[in-house]
Ligand binder design. Structure first.
Ligand code: DHB
Ligand code: FE
Length: 284
């Protein structure tokens, strides 16, 4: 049977992708950002996941104001790289896993989560930057990906608790897929960021660190945190962090933290990254 072996979260800052693509990772500004991902790159080499359920948000690349799905699952064979205004990033196209994606869609919809099924979708920095951080610069990605796009751009985004419950439903779906697959679930976006207005550049290190702690120590309260707290404490785009709760919900009650990285500055936001392993037994 398929099984979820790890949950990984990371910021998906577009400038991090640009730094990689333009050979700047050795520069003093970027070195400490990338150093924090060496651990996970080795972890991925050792653990060899087959498929990533990759929770991210589209930034008006595949979707626009004409259609705004709250939760959209990518069921295609392949996902091309989006052109975000300066040409597509020079990274390989992302290979899907249609059988697992359709299985998750079917299970979740019958489990009362009405996912939007997407058969054609370009993927933007929200998905490709985390791929680059985990796997580096490679001619082909070493895993297949089931993209799960969440609306956190246009009000109203889903609640943290709804995200958590979707994570649980995804875990049930994966556990009932008959093929023997090593599946990871990633949540991307965050941490503190406010990209516009008088509070632009807001960084709240104490709040971000507490969020990282609470993924392990206090997830029950974290999943019920209202949107307004994300906005007030972590900035308007800090709401991207609700996507981490889909990852966290899929891991069950108890998890072990294997690695974390937190760094400021990197572009306009705080870089946050965590690797969690489910410790088992309580997924229902
Ligand atoms: C930045 C971060 C994001 O998550 C994003 O989608 C766009 C910009 C930034 O830090 O600049
Ligand atoms: Fe973003």
């Amino acid at each position: 049977m398929a099984r979820i072996t790890a949950g990984i979260s990371t910021s998906h800052i577009p400038a991090v992708g640009a730094a990689l693509d333009n050979g700047k990772i050795g520069e003093a500004y970027w070195k400490p950002v990338f150093a924090g991902y060496e651990w996970v790159k080795q972890y991925e080499k050792d653990s060899k996941p087959d498929v990533i359920v990759l929770v991210y948000n589209d930034h008006a690349s595949a979707f626009d104001m004409k259609i705004i799905p709250t939760f959209a699952i990518g069921c295609a064979e392949e996902f091309p790289i989006a052109d975000e205004g300066w040409g597509p990033r020079p990274v390989p196209a992302v290979q899907g896993h249609p059988d697992l994606a359709w299985h998750i869609a079917q299970c979740c919809i019958l489990d009362e989560f009405d996912l939007t099924i997407i058969n054609e979708m370009a993927v933007d920095h929200g998905l490709t930057v985390p791929m680059s951080l985990m796997f580096g610069q490679v001619p082909e990605w070493p895993v297949k990906v089931v993209p799960l796009a969440v609306n956190v751009v246009t009000y109203p985004p889903p609640s943290g608790n709804r995200c958590w419950l979707l994570g649980e439903a995804i875990a049930r779906a994966v556990a009932s897929f008959p093929e023997d697959l090593n599946v990871q679930i990633w949540g991307t976006g965050g941490m503190s960021h406010q990209l516009q207005g008088p509070r632009a550049g807001l960084i709240n290190k104490a709040w971000d660190q507490a969020f990282l702690d609470r993924l392990t120590s206090d997830p029950e309260a974290l999943r019920h945190m209202p949107h307004i707290e994300y906005l007030r404490e972590a900035g308007s785009e800090g709401i991207e962090l609700v996507m981490w709760l889909i990852m966290r919900g899929a891991l069950g009650t108890n998890v072990r933290e294997l690695h974390r990285h937190y760094h400021v500055p990197a572009s306009n936001t705080a870089v946050g990254h965590i690797v969690l392993e489910p410790t088992g037994k309580d997924l229902s």
